[in-house]
Design a protein around this ligand. Structure first.
Ligand SMILES: Nc1ncnc2c1ncn2[C@@H]1O[C@H](COP(=O)(O)OP(=O)(O)OP(=O)(O)O)[C@@H](O)[C@H]1O
Ligand SMILES: [Mg+2]
Length: 312
């Protein structure tokens, strides 16, 4: 039985390094490495949860293609229940070509593929199986779902089934943004965006105003990820607070937010108070940035707690 269900993006990331300029049109350039990794925030968070030691399931879509085989195999191999992943014929698996530049900055070329086809009626609710937390991740890249007001439909159904509903966002300039998100917020217990996403969605630059916008639209609690600045929490009851990051040598911040969310969801599953939940989330985020790949460096719950206790 899964404790947490992640709903949303599954992506194949093709990471190419090092790319500073594209080769001249029609020519070939030799690079240091081309690697295939799992990406997409629902997949990353589900894998991170499994590495922490929770049981996780995933609902989303991939194509009936080789990249779909790869993503499904890797997510299942991490111990995540993939029965809720729908395979779409004649639709590609979502994929990103990630060009890594020599200063570690990245440029992305993305095919939305199956993620953009998935609609609310594609969700197989039979795999929920008594899960306590339902996490919606990256719906801003699910075009068909956004257009049918499906983010709200999925959040409402999860709430109706008695689950704690959480929601993380991604940047997509073509997303319907606030228009598609706002109707879902009355069903969201914890809104978990990054600061740039919160700014884009709400049009506010100030953290408190961002949280206020989400809460006025119906979200119960808000926690905003702030990269190397840690996080800010705006709970339903009690005063807002910030939690500083753990000091680590950051090597690769890709997927840090997805790892942080896994840590936060663990706190919710364990019934921890919000400050402890946010501290644990920061520790998982800090682990994630110390190595390459979104989930490579994630440790078990006990190892993460031991790390956290050593740092304070
Ligand atoms: N350099 C860092 N040092 C320590 N902790 C970090 C660092 N970068 C990120 N973190 C931790 O990870 C959390 C999530 O990072 P971030 O705010 O970059 O998420 P995000 O923007 O959603 O990332 P992504 O969507 O790329 O996964 C932060 O709140 C922080 O706790
Ligand atoms: Mg993120």
């Amino acid at each position: 039985m899964a404790q947490v269900i992640c709903f949303g993006l599954l992506v194949a990331d093709c990471v190419t390094a090092t790319v500073d300029t594209l080769p001249e049109r029609g020519t070939l350039a030799i690079v240091d490495r081309v690697e295939l990794h799992v990406g997409g925030c629902a997949a990353n968070t589900a894998i991170a949860l499994a590495k922490l030691g929770l049981s996780a399931g995933i609902i989303g879509g991939v194509g009936a293609d080789g990249l779909g085989d790869f993503v499904l195999g890797a997510v299942a191999g991490a111990g995540v229940d993939v029965r809720g992943v729908k395979r779409f014929a004649n639709v590609p698996t979502a994929a990103t070509t990630v060009c890594v530049h020599s200063d570690a900055e990245r440029t992305f070329l993305h095919v939305p593929g199956a993620n953009a086809r998935f609609v609310a009626s594609d969700a197989d609710w039979s795999v929920i199986d008594g899960a306590g937390v339902f996490h919606i991740a990256g719906a801003q890249l699910m075009g068909a779902l956004e257009r049918e007001n499906g983010i709200a439909a999925v959040a409402e159904e999860a709430k109706r089934r008695g689950m704690t509903v959480t929601l993380d966002t991604v940047m997509n300039p073509e997303s319907l943004g606030w228009q598609a998100l706002a109707p879902a917020l009355p069903f969201v217990d914890w809104m978990l965006p990054s600061e740039p996403e919160a700014a884009t969605l709400t049009g506010e630059t100030d953290l408190s105003r961002q949280a206020e916008a989400f809460r006025t639209a119906g979200a119960k609690n808000v926690a905003i990820k702030r990269g190397a600045a840690g996080c800010a929490v705006f709970p339903d009851s009690g005063a807002p607070f910030t939690v500083p990051p753990l000091s680590v040598a950051a090597l690769d911040t890709l997927g840090a937010g997805d790892a942080w969310v896994a840590g936060f969801l663990l706190g919710l599953v364990r019934g921890l108070p919000a400050p402890e939940t946010a501290r644990f989330a920061n520790a998982v985020g800090a682990f994630a940035v110390t190595g390459y790949g979104a989930t490579t460096m994630i440790r078990t719950e006990a190892e993460t707690l031991a790390f956290l206790n050593r740092m304070i």
